[in-house]
Design a protein around this ligand. Sequence first.
Ligand code: FES
Length: 337
Amino acid sequence: MSDDLELASTSQAQPDRFEDPGLPPHTPRRGDLDPKANKVSERIVVALFTISILGTIAMIAAYFALPPGQTAATMQRSNLAMGLGLAFALLGIGTGAVHWAKSLMSDHEVSEQRHELRSSDEVRAEAVAALKEGAEDSAIGRRTVLKGAVATSLALFPLTIAVPLIGNVGGDWDVAKFKHTMWKKGTRLTTDPLGRPIKAADVTIGSITSVMPEGIEQTAHPLDEKAKAVVVLLRLDPRDLKIQPGREDWQYDGIVAYSKICTHVGCPVALYEQQTHHLLCPCHQSTFDVADGAKVVFGPAKRALPQLPITVDSDGYLVASSDFTEPVGPSFWERLR
Ligand code: FES
């Protein structure tokens, strides 16, 4: 037999069988050897769950003590306080559970061989028994303070969701508020946020700008009003515009204005594809054709963006011809009419 053939038969030889090296020697934890260290671990776990309890209480207190108000500063303060409370509530539960599992629960190491996906009935029964043993092993029954801290923090935590939800039920849901905005005949369109009036001659073809009604900052509730009245202003080549019946004088030389609030669930539409004239909502990809009355061409929104009728005043500034003629925002507001 040639050397070549001998080499080939050697390379096809089966590898040695895999030998399970087993687990490395087990190193016991300090808490398993020293009852004092074990007690310290328990106190740390209790402290972490206590942090969660305090976080939940702080979040609920912030909800009542620091309402969002009507200015950006008060909203930021309220969000920060509630967010910090929520963060500590979650952090306490998470770190407490991890520390408890690592320092107090049983420390035996086990390895399991691979097996068929469905275990036999005996193995499943063993698993149930092991789960029960694990619950026993967690020592929750014997550690009364720890049990109290865990139970209290887990019982309180759902309040961080329930209190704001319940607190807002039956709130100020005056539907009439959604039907009208600050726009009225003669109101100038101004840049957001600088508040500068806009001349039609300064709006270039292909541009998109967020605009607000002039004088909005002087209103009693500027954030409420801004949320409803924000508009996108676009200029198209007039030859590309499909004028909607009854809206012949709602645009000025290719300049159109639409509500910026998506009619799906109210995100701000802002992504504009100049070539296709498509305006996209980043939340769920509803797409509106601004050359064709901002009708929906894709996505979950069910109705076109409301159009604001506009014209120019004697100085060439863009002004509204009237308020919106339909409710702005998500469609369910419309159904409440
Ligand atoms: S909010 Fe705009 S697509 Fe959902």
